[in-house]
Design a protein around this ligand. Structure first.
Ligand code: VG1
Ligand code: CO
Length: 543
């Protein structure tokens, strides 16, 4: 085995987005493309000689090829141990856990999350640091800068590692260990939650439907829900990870998990429905007859977390991304703990979790998690819900209704305009930005704008400043519209419009969301001119 130094030239488009570098598979298949990015990661790190690196992915098309490349390059660059999930599989939260469990230097996760997979669909690479979390902007900026000047990469000439058998091999001096992707993660869940109580709930006839969407969560959900918690076989649907996710979007929302939603709204609905995304970090929660918005789920989990053994000590604080509704803020206030508002993307929670300032975090995009790892965690949210349901012995509907009666209700929806011309998306945001100063004090129908700004974050732990994180229009009474551009897409622009209306305790808490926010939807169009800029008169996806 020899190390090869391969001369290369930069690709101009390797800027990591909200969660790593995501491109179409054919882009990643260009000679040197993945190699350049991986070498740019390695060149941006210091002090990893002889240390461990975790590598795994969500099993999508091209996963195995890039895993072999990453192993050969990590070995050639001096890592001492490389831990790889069997079959090249690791869910994002499981990878985060393994980095922490093994005291690894970091990890390379291959995923494009909820985006479709296949020969012409999406692929992604991201780097996670020693705390198990996504690399902060300081590192992703360095990776991008390096990718623009890179002129060589280092790789071992070596045969492929057999990814399908547990055990150790060597690539040069590095030990490559293929490990069970599920076992350690399942054990961690068992430590956090009251498995006997959940097992008893299930034994009493409580029915669960879990849709793994033919993505990475299948093996985890089968092991935990069916094997360890005794749910009947078949509780987990679409439980085998497929390279093309069966041709679907592995995005657990009301559009792409429609079959589950329809079942949960039907007369013979199970008691609890859930789904996860391509890489296992998102969650969809649906009770019998009730969809729980992710923002509400965060608030309800935080309000009830003490019922699970792992959180019986209480929460130090709650963190949410800016576009996530303020439902969690009211819980934090009631618990007398701090609430942190961060930019979109899990990387911004890492410092708060490391510092012990926040225990539970969440995003409106179906991401919830805690300080047990440094990624959002789909199955974790499902299990915390099940633990709460086992402790309270009430329906999801009853828990939600009581929650709103106590805290009020943040009616909430996100409207996505996908595949918009990039220049039109940029122009819409630039136009809004230019008009921000003139908006406060103006009215649209009965709505009066109280404040408008472009969200900036000052990290309270390390002082980092992040600007331009989304346009906020705040109305009197607590309603709000947020506009931002997606940072995870691979073609064109996606405009996200986040709409929220607060209904206080004693108000009308049982409305249909669409009705409750109808005037704000009209206001969003009036303020931003979405149709004028994009030619679109309706969103592609409403979540
Ligand atoms: C989206 C979500 C964001 C999430 C990110 C990664 O980003 O809005 O909340 O953290 O995806 O999630 P954006 O920039 O497209 O809005 V995942 O499940 O792709 O790792
Ligand atoms: Co994901």
């Amino acid at each position: 085995m020899t190390i090869r130094e391969v001369a290369t030239t930069p690709f101009p488009d390797q800027k990591p987005g909200t969660s790593g570098l995501r491109k179409k598979v054919p882009v990643f298949q260009q000679p040197g493309y993945a190699e350049n990015f991986i070498q740019s990661i390695l060149d941006s790190l210091e002090g990893f000689a002889g240390r461990a690196l975790v590598i795994g992915g969500d099993g999508r098309y091209h996963n195995r090829a890039v895993i072999q490349t990453a192993i050969r390059m990590a070995a050639a660059n001096g890592f001492g141990t490389i831990l790889v999930g069997r079959g090249g599989i690791l869910s994002t939260p499981a990878a985060s856990h393994l980095i922490r469990l093994h005291g690894a230097f970091g990890g390379i996760i291959l995923s494009a999350s909820h985006n479709p997979g296949g020969p012409t669909e999406d692929f992604g690479i991201k780097y996670n640091i020693a705390n198990g979390g996504p690399a902060p902007e300081r590192i992703t900026d360095a990776i991008f800068a390096r990718s623009k000047t890179i002129d060589r990469y280092r790789i071992f000439d070596a045969p492929d590692v057999d990814l399908d058998r547990d055990g150790e091999t060597r690539v040069g001096d590095a030990v490559v260990r293929v490990i069970d992707p599920v076992a350690d993660y399942a054990t961690l869940m068992e430590q956090l939650f009251d498995f006997p109580a959940i097992r008893e709930l299930i034994g009493s006839g409580f029915r669960i439907a879990f849709d793994a969407m033919s993505a990475v969560t299948g093996p985890y959900a089968i092991e935990i829900l069916e094997h360890r918690l005794g749910a009947p076989k078949g509780t987990v649907r679409n439980g085998t990870p497929l390279p093309d996710f069966g041709g679907h979007h592995p995005d657990p929302n009301l559009v792409h998990a429609r079959a589950l939603y329809d079942e949960m709204m039907g007369s013979d609905a199970p008691d609890f429905g859930a789904a996860s995304d391509g890489d296992g970090d998102r969650n969809l929660i649906i009770g019998k007859g009730i969809f729980v918005t992710p923002s509400d789920s965060l608030a309800m989990l935080a309000a009830n977390a003490h019922l699970a053994p792992g959180y019986a000590r209480g929460l130090a604080g709650i963190a949410r991304s800016m576009p996530t509704s303020a439902a969690a803020d009211r819980v934090a206030e009631a618990l007398g703990i701090p609430l942190f508002e961060t930019p979109t993307g899990w990387k911004f929670f890492g410092n708060l979790l490391d510092a012990g300032q926040a225990t539970i975090c969440g995003e409106e995009s179906a991401g919830t998690g805690s300080d047990h790892v440094r990624e959002k965690d789909g199955l974790w949210a499902v299990l915390l819900w099940l633990n709460i349901l086992a402790a309270r012995r009430q329906s999801v509907q009853a828990i939600a209704t009581e929650h709103w009666a106590r805290f009020g209700r943040n009616y909430y929806a996100r409207h996505d305009y996908e595949g918009v011309d990039t220049a039109a998306g940029d122009a819409l945001i630039a136009d809004l930005r230019g008009r921000l100063a003139g908006l406060p004090g103006t009215t649209i129908g009965a709505l009066r704008i109280e404040a408008a700004d472009d969200f900036a974050y000052h990290d309270p732990i390390d002082g980092t400043q992040s600007h331009g994180q989304g346009i906020r229009i705040l109305f009197e009474g607590g309603s709000r519209i947020v506009f931002r551009l997606s940072g995870t897409g691979t073609s064109g622009a996606t405009i996200r419009v986040y709409i929220e209306r607060y209904e206080p305790v004693g108000g009308n808490l049982g409305r249909a969301t669409g009705d409750a926010i109808a005037d704000l939807i009209v206001a969003a169009e009036t303020i931003a001119g979405i149709a004028r800029h994009t030619g679109r008169t309706a969103p592609d996806v409403i979540t």
